[in-house]
Write a protein that binds this ligand. Structure first.
Ligand SMILES: [Zn+2]
Length: 244
């Protein structure tokens, strides 16, 4: 069966249930995504092959048999592909995403842990490996994830997770975003985050109180935000070294 993936994708939940009503239809769709219109053996590159079980392909040349889910997030999952496809639909069609508890309820899953593990796998899969770093003018700051801590103020945090944030400026809008949990707010940690997230030659803006203040200039400049209490001249002192 030839599947045209971009035309064939359902637009409503009703269409989804109809289109992906069985594991076979899901497997055919996955095969079309992986191999487009032409299957090719990962071992010998032969293009003559056929399906031997619901989601397995057999090479007509070297007899290698593989599952269409091999090497994907669905590999070795005890859940049917129909459930995975519905989870993906729920995750991507909701404006604010979906929680593990919400997913458990809507899919009728037996355990919260299963729903949580599915979401975790899907979120990891949504990060494009080798993605481009941010460029142009990028604002860098940190935020905290966790409950209020009595007696703890400002940057101090006893139990909260620290999340480094890099936002690319795109005219008057926010462009691409990079987030990463970091263990502390030391200059070395910031250096690693910025080096991984921002292209050398970019301009990084940050708060004047940031510990990355004071780096040596090479190809990427770090300046403080315009609303910083520091003067613009001192803000324009560039500070970062991102070439290492
Ligand atoms: Zn082969």
């Amino acid at each position: 069966m030839l599947v045209v993936v971009d035309v064939d994708y359902p637009r409503t939940l009703l269409e989804l249930k109809k289109r992906f009503s069985s594991d076979v239809s899901c497997a055919e769709y996955l095969a079309a995504l992986r191999w487009h219109a032409r299957w090719s053996c990962p071992r010998c590159a032969a293009t003559e092959g056929w399906t031997v079980r619901r989601d397995h392909w057999l090479c007509g040349h070297c007899r290698y048999e593989m599952s269409v889910t091999a090497g994907t997030i669905f590999q070795d999952s005890h859940l049917p592909l129909t459930i995975w496809f519905r989870a993906i639909w729920q995750m991507t069609s909701q404006k604010n995403g979906i929680s593990a508890l919400g997913l458990q309820r809507v899919l009728g899953l037996g355990s919260y842990k299963t729903a949580w593990a599915m979401l975790h796998k899907l979120r990891r899969a949504m990060v494009r490996p080798g993605r481009d770093r941010l460029s142009g003018t990028v604002e860098v700051d940190e935020t905290y994830w966790g409950t209020e801590e009595s007696g703890v103020i400002g940057r101090l945090s006893a139990n909260k997770a620290i999340i480094a944030v890099a936002l690319e400026e795109d005219g008057r809008k926010i462009g691409r975003v990079r987030l990463q949990t970091i263990p502390n707010l030391t200059r070395a940690t910031w250096h690693g985050f910025i080096a991984a997230s921002v292209e050398p030659g970019s301009t990084v803006r940050t708060m004047a109180s940031s510990p990355i203040w004071g780096w040596t200039v090479t190809s990427t400049s770090v300046m403080c935000k315009q609303n910083s209490p520091m003067t613009s001249m001192s803000c324009l002192v560039c500070i970062a070294s991102l070439d290492c």
